[in-house]
Design a binder for this molecule. Structure first.
Ligand code: SF4
Ligand code: FES
Length: 229
């Protein structure tokens, strides 16, 4: 395995993570009308490890080989067209919001003063501009990226160390995707590379119709990994 931090997808099997990537367990909690990440259980750390992608492991979040008995079809169908070429752009006075519609239904885009799209339209107001930025940068799917019109349209992205957060969504009574942070390279089972992104959400319930990325199917399936919420 590579020493460089990366994720490699195994055909109809798990995500192989190498390079000592930190693994964390996070519970998504509603506070008022916004959402926050709270610490969950502590998970074992390793240089290399395999994360379940089929949703059937008895040793979550790790792979225990259950994908074979489950006859898991992990075929990757997601587009590899770069993010900037797939997005719709929503324009506001100080921000442009890029939105690729790849949603994990984690709901960080809704806040006390409105959703990220209306907040972007109201970004002439300093407080609402900050809210619009917050509503985009917390999105685990990386669907929403603000561009700063005051800084030559530079992307506004949080700086993360490479890390994978195993998500839970108690409000929806289900477990969520893997929130991958810090520009971790993702390699397809066929050896090709996905565009390197700062944030993305990988399916681990096995049900996404846009594999390897999460498309919120875990909510419909009531996916439960058995970890403590
Ligand atoms: S995944 Fe992103 S776009 Fe989808 S609901 Fe959550 S914050 Fe909003
Ligand atoms: S984890 Fe979200 S669709 Fe599978």
């Amino acid at each position: 395995m590579s020493d460089e931090p990366q994720i490699k997808i195994v055909k109809d099997g798990p995500y192989l993570v190498s390079g000592g990537v930190k693994l964390d367990h996070k519970v998504m909690v509603s506070v008022g009308h916004h959402r926050e990440y709270h610490e969950g259980e502590s998970l074992p750390q390793a240089q290399n490890y395999a994360l379940c992608r089929c949703g059937h492991s008895k040793n979550m979040p790790f792979c225990d080989g259950s994908h074979t008995a489950a006859h898991f079809d992990g075929t990757e169908v997601a587009s590899k067209v770069p993010f900037d070429e797939r997005v719709e752009v929503f324009t506001g006075p100080t921000l442009d919001l890029y939105d690729d519609n790849r949603c994990a239904f984690a709901r960080f885009c809704h806040r006390e003063d409105g959703d990220v799209w209306t907040l972007t339209e109201e970004s002439g107001n300093e407080r609402l501009r900050e809210e619009a930025i917050k509503a985009a940068i917390d999105c685990p799917a990386g669907r929403l990226v603000q561009h700063d019109k005051r800084a030559d349209y530079a992307e506004i992205e949080p700086s993360f160390e490479p890390e994978i957060d195993v998500l839970e969504d108690p409000d929806k009574q289900c477990s969520g995707p893997l929130f991958v942070k810090g520009r971790l390279p993702l390699k397809s089972a066929d050896g090709s590379a996905y565009e390197v992104r700062n944030r993305y959400a990988l399916c681990r319930c096995g049900g996404s119709q846009n594999k390897p990325f999460c498309d919120a199917m875990h909510v419909n399936l009531g996916f439960n990994d058995g970890l403590k919420w």
